[in-house]
Design a protein. Structure first.
Length: 317
């Protein structure tokens, strides 16, 4: 039951971003949208790379023609009066494989709607939002909508030995995979999804990737807390209905606590050959829900399908 077709997983190093000379004319504390995507991208990246490390967006839509890079200590966010301004990818000459890249530590992206508009270049590591690098952590993605990747991933935690990255009050929908915790983190390097909505993604809502000790990949440890995962899994393109949470061959484990897994096309919780899972205090019900457009396909009958699971705790669900 292999859903992830990954040819090569690599720790992605942050590329340096140098502020352009045009930044002096930009008000980074109240950045207004332009109708020119290149101007928006340049202005946002210049503000994030500049001495203030801050880009605050006013009301309006921000088309961009490439990836936004969020380095150490930077903040990208909508002004509280802007009501989550959309940042939308447009056709782009460089073939962007992600819309937002967290490349350092202690940065934040808040109060925005990130829409890849089905324009990401497909590859093993394409995603609307990517947490990347080695030893990075403490980043925050909060009060954000993540959408527009129906052929790839909403959020990909692909950083290596990283910890403390937090996805808080995010709404992840309209992607192929909702969120993937990549295979480079054990329980000592926890990243978390908290108070989130993960719904209406074509395949699995959340995936904890497997372990490959020979390649130095401990597994995809992560935390789901106080979140709702529903109506996922209507079309995994492999004949198998998708789950709210899926993991196979993962020895690092995961924590799933105080969350709601319900009305997904496949099994709500689908764990195969895994260890060290802590599943506590969740409400898990109504598997095989007839998701609109895939009624014939949603045939799962188990809320929790647990195959060869060991050294795990499943209580109070």
């Amino acid at each position: 039951m292999i859903r992830l077709l990954v040819a090569a997983l690599i720790a992605l190093a942050a590329l340096p971003v140098t502020p352009s000379a045009a930044m002096a004319a930009v008000d980074c504390a109240a950045l207004a949208p332009s109708t020119d995507p290149a101007t928006n991208l340049r202005s946002i990246n210049d503000c994030l790379a500049g001495s203030g490390r801050r880009a605050v967006l006013t009301a309006g839509t921000y088309p961009v023609d490439g990836a936004i890079v969020v380095p150490d200590g930077a903040h990208l966010g909508g002004d509280p009066a802007a009501v989550t301004p959309p940042i939308r990818l447009v056709p782009n000459p460089t073939g962007a494989v992600r819309l937002v890249r967290f490349t350092g530590s202690n940065a934040s992206v808040t109060r925005v709607r990130l829409d890849a508009a089905n324009l990401l270049t497909l590859g093993c590591c394409s995603a609307v939002v990517m947490f990347e690098g080695a030893g990075t952590g403490g980043n925050l993605l909060e009060d954000a909508a993540i959408t527009g990747a129906p052929e790839t991933t909403g959020i990909y935690v692909l950083c290596n030995a990283c910890a403390g990255n937090r996805m808080h009050r995010v709404d992840v929908y309209g992607n192929f995979y909702g969120i993937i915790f990549g295979p480079f983190n054990d329980a000592a390097h926890a990243n978390s999804l908290v108070s989130a909505l993960v719904h209406d993604n074509r395949c699995d809502g959340v995936t904890f990737m497997g372990t490959d000790a020979a390649l130095g990949r401990p597994g995809g440890f992560g935390v789901i807390e106080n979140s709702s995962l529903y109506r996922n899994g209507r079309d995994c393109e492999n004949g198998i209905p998708g789950a709210a949470v899926y993991s196979a061959g993962n020895r690092a484990g995961a924590r799933i606590v105080n969350s709601r897994l319900f009305e997904n096309c496949g099994n709500n919780l689908d764990l195969v050959d895994v260890e060290r899972f802590h599943v506590d205090g969740n409400d898990i019900h109504t598997p095989g829900y007839p998701v609109p457009g895939a009624v014939y396909y949603c045939t799962a009958s188990a809320s929790a399908a647990l195959v060869n699971i060991r050294e795990s705790t499943i209580v109070r669900n």
